[in-house]
Unconditional design. Structure first.
Length: 468
């Protein structure tokens, strides 16, 4: 620039001293002028890119933080929708389970009715067999009585009816020793004369009565068989209905498990979005502090306080003995086949923070000790009332300076008692939903405390349970 200006001043001085022809120009001026113009254009072109490339780092950090906040809001909304879907699936599952129980309960009286119908049929068949035997016996007796009656009639015909009728009374008269004995003998003679006919008539009446009873017994057997068949059909119908409702319940359970999986995925997405937001806010704070005189972002103080709180928690853990700054790596996995995320310090009711990890698994899944220890506390009754008893059924055991708190158990192993020794892998209870977990999927809450300070168990759980 300085060279171009000097060249221009020299050309003006020469023009003042010498008169040049019209339209003429000094030959030396043209190159200098071109150089000057080119230099000025070059300087301008060099400055323009600098202005275009300049980006405000603080504004960029603010935009990144806003994007991260939007991601957190979106992830939180998606998690709320997933939780609503889980609640709906759980309600549908409960209804389906209730329908299954109702259908199964309806089978019981039908089974009892079939049993009673079977007993009635057995009694009716036994009575029928007895009556048929009695009828056969009566018919046989009737045949014998008729044969005897015929024989007597034949003998009376051969001997003559007058002789038979007169000789026998005369013999009785001769043998009687007194009037009373004669009267008795004559009465017996009258009965003897009529006994043959009377016996046949009675046997015929008995046979007729037995035949009627047999017919009635056959009808009773038929009725009992029909009642038994009807009870069997009703049982088949009830069992088919129960099977259909079991299939519906199985589908509801499958949908519930899928909903829980989506909820856990949503939890992981929220956790990831929050980590990104934390990083963005830390970067924003760093750039804000680096710029003197920059205005504070009105949205940052409360979040900054949370970050400082996390830093204090980190410092508190760093103050522990080095062996307790984090949990150990040689744990047994407390619940095989479980799912969990790093939900450490998540907000809870009554201004609390989550001091542990929720390990999700179906109700009744065994819970084992992660390390050796001695049982120091047990809550064997679920006393949750909204203000206390949050853990429900719990087992706490200690190993050195570390305390392991296991909550929301469905049941406690009968071998557990205060002072009992446990080894890594021993069953201490089963996964459940006691305490304030009644409205959540079944899970184990495991909390670890070293020297009285809560320590995040997630890193060691992830290693013990081989979770990525």
């Amino acid at each position: 620039m300085r060279r171009a200006v000097c060249g221009g001043m020299a050309a003006a001085l020469l023009s003042a001293l010498f008169v040049l022809p019209a339209g003429a120009a000094p030959e030396e001026d043209a190159p200098d002028a071109r150089i000057a113009d080119e230099s000025e254009e070059s300087d301008e072109s060099d400055e323009e890119p600098d202005e275009a490339e300049e980006v405000d780092p603080l504004e960029e950090a603010r935009e990144a933080a806003e994007e991260a906040r939007a991601d957190v809001r979106a992830a939180t909304q998606a998690r709320a929708a997933a939780r609503a879907a889980t609640r709906s699936a759980r309600s549908a599952g409960s209804s389906a389970d209730g329908a299954v129980r109702a259908a199964e309960d309806a089978i019981v009286p039908e089974v009892l009715a079939r049993r009673e119908a079977t007993d009635r049929l057995d009694d009716a068949r036994a009575r029928l067999r007895s009556l048929e035997a009695a009828l056969r016996e009566a018919e046989a007796d009737l045949v014998v009585a008729r044969e005897r009656l015929v024989d007597r009639a034949v003998r009376a015909y051969k001997q003559g009816s007058v002789a038979a009728d007169t000789m026998l009374p005369l013999a009785v008269f001769r043998e009687a020793s007194s009037p009373g004995e004669l009267a008795t003998a004559m009465k017996d003679l009258e009965v003897l004369a009529l006994s043959g006919v009377t016996t046949v008539d009675e046997l015929e009446e008995r046979r007729t009565r037995l035949q009627v009873e047999v017919v009635t017994a056959v009808a009773g057997v038929t009725d009992a068989e029909e009642a038994l068949e009807a009870a069997g059909h009703r049982i088949e119908d009830r069992e088919a209905l129960a099977a259909d409702r079991r299939r519906v319940a199985d589908g509801a359970e499958s949908r519930l498990l899928s909903a829980i999986e989506r909820e856990l995925a949503a939890d992981r997405a929220v956790e990831k979005a929050r980590r990104v937001l934390d990083e963005a806010l830390i970067e924003l704070g760093t750039r804000t502090e680096a710029r003197e005189g920059a205005e504070d972002d009105a949205d940052e103080p409360s979040r900054g306080a949370q970050l400082r709180g996390r830093q204090r928690a980190h410092d508190r853990q760093q103050s522990l003995d080095p062996a307790h700054r984090r949990t150990v790596e040689d744990w047994a996995c407390p619940v095989e086949g479980s799912r969990f995320i790093n939900d450490w310090a998540f907000p809870r009711t009554q201004d609390r923070r989550h001091e542990g990890t929720d390990v999700f698994a179906p109700t009744g899944t065994p819970v084992v000790a992660v390390t050796d220890g001695t049982v120091t506390r047990m809550d064997t009754v679920d006393r949750f009332n909204g203000r206390s008893g949050f853990g429900g059924l719990t087992v706490t055991y200690e190993h050195g300076d570390q305390r392991f708190y296991n909550a929301h158990l469905d049941a406690i192993h009968p071998d557990m008692e205060l002072g009992a020794s446990v080894e890594a892998g021993d069953v201490i209870g089963w996964v459940g939903r006691t305490g304030n977990a009644r409205s959540t999927p079944p899970h184990l809450h495991i909390g670890v405390y070293a020297e009285g300070v809560a320590v995040n168990p997630y890193p060691s759980l992830a290693v013990a349970c081989a979770q990525d």
